[in-house]
Structure formats: C-alpha cells, structure tokens
Design a protein around this ligand. Structure first.
Ligand code: UD1
Length: 352
C-alpha cells in the first residue's frame, strides 16, 4: 500500500526561516498548510518555494489572532499531524518601545494556536525559540540547554513565556514539544531564490554588511572593539538558515519517533515529550572575522568605523552543540563561507 504523505501546519509571520523550512519538508513529501495575515510578508515567496521544490503549499491568508477564522483551518484539515510555529515578531528594539505589541502578537498568537491544538487534539509542535532566553550576562559560553534563563527585553520575555507555556502543556495536557533555540541564522537558499533582503536598514550584522558590499550603505558600524574576544569585537554563533531549517525536520521526526515507540510498545499514550535544543554551530566568529569573510566572498573592500557599544550587547554568544548531535543526530553542515556566498547570491539576484 502506498504510504500517505504527512501534513503539517506552519504559522508564518515575517522572518524567512519558515520558507526555507518549507522547502525541506516539501522535499520530504510533506503536505504543508501555511497561515499568515500577509500584513508584513511578501506573497511572491510562495511561487519561489514552488520553483525550488516543484510542489505546492496550501495557503490561508488570515490573522491568527482571530480565533474563529483560525479555527477553520483546523476544521478543514483534520489530517494535520503537527505544527511548526514560527509566527512571532522579533525585533529587540521595537519590543522595548512597544512591549504590548509583543505580548499581543507573540503570546496571544501562541495562546490561540495552543487552544486550537488542544481542542482538535493536535499535540505535536516544534517551536522557534531563541538564544536570547539565556541569561547570557551571567553565563560563560558556550551556552547549554540546561543553563539558567533570564531575559532583558520584552522580545526575549515573550519567547521565554512561550517556552514555559509549552512546558506546562506538555506536562498537563500531554503535548509533544520541541523548543529550538536559534543562535544567529543567516538567511539564504543556495538557489538564490529565497533569503533575506530587508527593504529597511537592517539591525542584524550580516544583512547590514551585505548592504555595504552592495553599495547601499556607506560603511559598517562596529559596535565597539574592547570586548573580551579574539579581536575585541563581538563574537556570535552564526548558522546557515538551511541548517536551521533541516533541524526542524529532525525535531519533528524526534516527536514522531517517540509517538511510534509508545504505540509499538502499547504504552499509555497520555505521555508527553518535551525537549530543548540549541540550533547552533558551537563555533563563533567576531564582527571583524565576518567582515573579512564578506570581503573574500564579494571581492569588495568593506569600510568600517568603530562606534560605541550597542546597549544590551554581550561579548560572546556561542552554543554548546552537543545535545542536538547526541539526541537528534544533527550537526551543522554548511560553512560560514557558504552561508555568506548564498546570501550574497540572493542579494545580487534580487537587485539585478
Ligand atoms: C540579535 C538579537 C537576538 C536575535 C538575533 C536574531 C539583540 C540584542 N539581539 O542578536 O535577540 O535572536 O539578533 O538574529 O538585538 N554588530 C555590529 N554592527 C552592526 C550590527 C551588529 O557591530 O551594525 C555586532 C553586534 O554588536 C554583535 C554582532 O554584531 O556583536 C551580531 O549582532 P546581531 O546580528 O544584531 O545579532 P545579536 O545581537 O547576536
């Protein structure tokens, strides 16, 4: 008998990790149902995903704050086996200016989603969390999943609240949950079709440097060079977005494997799965090292100036990569050079 494709629901809002993740799941023959209200997104990305995978997604243009509308998706798709939950706002500065926006969008969206998951008995979820939940000023890198958490801005707080909500639901309502704590993803598919090319001045380092390489911005501002690092500039664990995307598939498979194990061994199905993984390389690069890499890839000189520290920045953020390797059997497989090459290809393709 032919095996039926599995179906997942993806919540999408801004960001691009969802689109890269969709390509990974589609290539594994999953059916994908997407919800987004399009208020901040570019719908043309759906065609690009089709061009990459030759497969179609089912798309719902709706606001997931609207519980009634959102419920229709669950009614229409009883075949959904799991949810990959990306929908969230993610700018630290914006969250400090308007915390309520973040509580409403991130926490209430998630609350609505979880309520429907409970109602329709869909209990498998992979959640996009962030390394921002680590109490980094009080920790020594690399950060491990068991390290203490603590947040310093409303964006981080909403991520932590959502992690806690999911933990409660795993414990008391038998949800199966994997929280993925992303470090610093660099967005671009090797096809050059999907990636990040912000129309505004980006706040993250790599898109900013690429805009300098593309002569859209005059120079990079390095936020100070007296940190306790290899060359005094901030060190981060940058990761190719396709490695991040593939980690979602491994995380989801982990939940499925657990459910199958329960079934095969006739174990009470009211058991839950909860785990957290860093998504990560375990290796760090400084701002100056990244500038040098971009110069190599683009064959352009990148001018920079040292300016004062950005409030809230820490010297080093690096993941302990062991747990994902041991439990999910997953390690990153793309170099930083490749990540920047792919990002640069995307920018050139989209600006020609
Ligand atoms: C930021 C967010 C984090 C979020 C992540 C997503 C903050 C405090 N943290 O992390 O919550 O999950 O983005 O990718 O905003 N830098 C410069 N010049 C620039 C921009 C950055 O020197 O114009 C430096 C920063 O000081 C830092 C490094 O580059 O050392 C990386 O910065 P960025 O890309 O903004 O990422 P994070 O601050 O690590």
């Amino acid at each position: 008998m032919e095996e039926q494709s599995r179906s997942i629901l993806i919540t999408w809002w801004l960001g691009y990790i969802w689109s890269h993740t969709s390509t990974v799941f589609l290539e594994e023959d999953y059916n994908i149902i997407i919800v987004d209200n399009l208020s901040n997104s570019d719908i043309s990305v759906l065609d690009k995903i089709k061009e990459i995978t030759w497969k179609k997604l089912k798309f719902y243009d709706l606001d997931i704050r609207n519980l009634e509308e959102f419920e229709k998706v669950f009614k229409n798709h009883p075949e959904i086996e799991g949810i990959i939950h990306f929908a969230a706002k993610k700018a630290v500065g914006e969250s400090c200016q308007d915390p309520f926006l973040y509580y409403e969008n991130n926490v209430i969206w998630t609350h609505n989603l979880l309520k429907l998951m409970q109602k329709y008995n869909k209990k498998n979820i992979v959640f996009s969390s962030s390394a921002t939940v680590y109490d980094s000023p009080k920790l020594l890198p690399p950060f491990s999943e068991n390290d203490r958490v603590g947040t310093y801005n409303p964006y981080g707080t909403t991520k932590l609240i959502m992690e806690y909500m999911l933990k409660d639901l795993a414990t008391f309502k038998w949800f199966n949950v994997v929280n993925l704590r992303y470090f610093n993803p660099i967005w671009a598919h090797h096809s050059g079709l999907i990636g990040e090319d912000p129309k505004w001045v980006p706040s993250n380092l790599i898109p900013y440097i690429l805009k300098v390489a593309n002569w859209e911005i005059e120079h990079v501002q390095i936020f100070w060079d007296d940190y306790d690092t290899v060359d005094g500039t901030g060190v981060r664990d940058y990761i190719h977005v396709m490695d991040v995307a593939e980690a979602h598939l491994s995380a989801f498979n982990q939940i499925l494997k657990y459910r199958e194990y329960l079934l095969e061994n006739k174990i009470d199905s009211n058991r839950w799965y909860f785990d957290i993984f860093n998504i990560w390389t375990g290796d760090g690069k400084s701002v100056k090292e990244i500038i040098e890499l971009v110069e190599k890839v683009t064959e352009k000189e990148i001018p920079y100036k040292i300016v004062s520290r950005r409030p809230g920045d820490i010297d080093t953020s690096i993941a302990n990569a062991q747990k994902a390797k041991q439990v999910l059997g997953r390690e990153y497989s793309r170099s930083m050079y490749q990540a920047i090459e792919d990002a640069w290809r995307f920018i050139q393709k989209n600006n020609s």
